[in-house]
Design a protein around this ligand. Structure first.
Ligand code: B16
Ligand code: MG
Length: 218
């Protein structure tokens, strides 16, 4: 049996922090007189902080100075972190601990592959840091998803070939990144949105132990 590398996205896969990103971006957008809906928030999933603010400003037809841009990014993050600071284990998405435990029992390699610069803080809040053999996040990459860099670095850190890696992702950009990296992409969310993934499940409760074992054996 070949040892496989299992790479998990964070926001939307392990925890539902998208709702906190939404609150923080909405507050910021509205303060600039820009409307911000749940649909627009969907387009920011998996997208870096810089790219997210660029998108919001373009939706509102706003141009600002570099200095103001940095100020707004810091403001958004401060607000976001105020929500994160209240998180605990209860916010881990259903059956994520079961899958992590199973992978550990089966002696598989496990990494985080997230665009977030706050990933380590969040993993600490929900007490999952020790479950990962490697953690690759927004601080380690120069190119954001859909570029495969984050997942390729994760594979390298695990010492597993990309074609022996499996990626769990909730964003279109992340599925594309996994596919480009020649990894098996597993979408967590709606089949309609994540149609390019090799497999799609609504959430981890739909993923059986047998399915995980079949990924390891094939
Ligand atoms: P931060 P993921 C992504 O995390 C989020 O989906 C995306 O909405 C966010 O803008 C990005 O992280 C950057 O996050 O501002 O915390 O650095 O889904 O790749 O785990
Ligand atoms: Mg995500």
């Amino acid at each position: 049996m070949t040892k496989k590398g299992f790479i998990f996205d964070l926001d939307g896969v392990i925890v539902d922090t998208a709702k906190y990103h939404f609150l923080a971006w909405k507050k910021l957008a509205n303060s600039l007189g820009i409307d911000f809906t749940e649909e627009e928030n969907e387009q920011l999933k998996g997208v870096s902080r810089v790219k997210s603010l660029e998108k919001i400003l373009s939706w509102g037809n706003k141009t600002i100075s570099e200095e103001k841009f940095m100020e707004l990014m810091a403001e958004k993050n401060e607000d976001y972190l105020s929500h994160i600071s209240k998180m605990d284990e209860d916010e881990i998405l259903p059956d994520v601990p079961r899958i992590l435990k199973l992978l550990k029992e089966l002696q598989q390699a496990i990494s985080l592959g997230s665009a977030s610069k706050n990933a380590r803080t969040i993993l600490e809040r929900v007490d999952l840091k020790a479950s990962f053999d490697a953690i690759v996040d927004g601080n380690d990459v120069s190119k954001a998803k859909p570029d495969p860099e984050v997942f390729l670095i994760a594979a390298k850190q695990l010492g597993i070939k990309p074609e022996h890696c499996i990626v769990f992702e909730d964003s279109v950009a992340g599925i594309e990144a996994a596919n480009v990296a020649s990894m098996i992409s597993i979408g967590i969310g709606s089949e309609y949105v994540l149609g390019h993934a090799k497999y799609v499940f609504r959430d981890f409760t739909e993923i059986s132990d047998e399915f995980i074992k079949s990924l390891i054996e094939n």
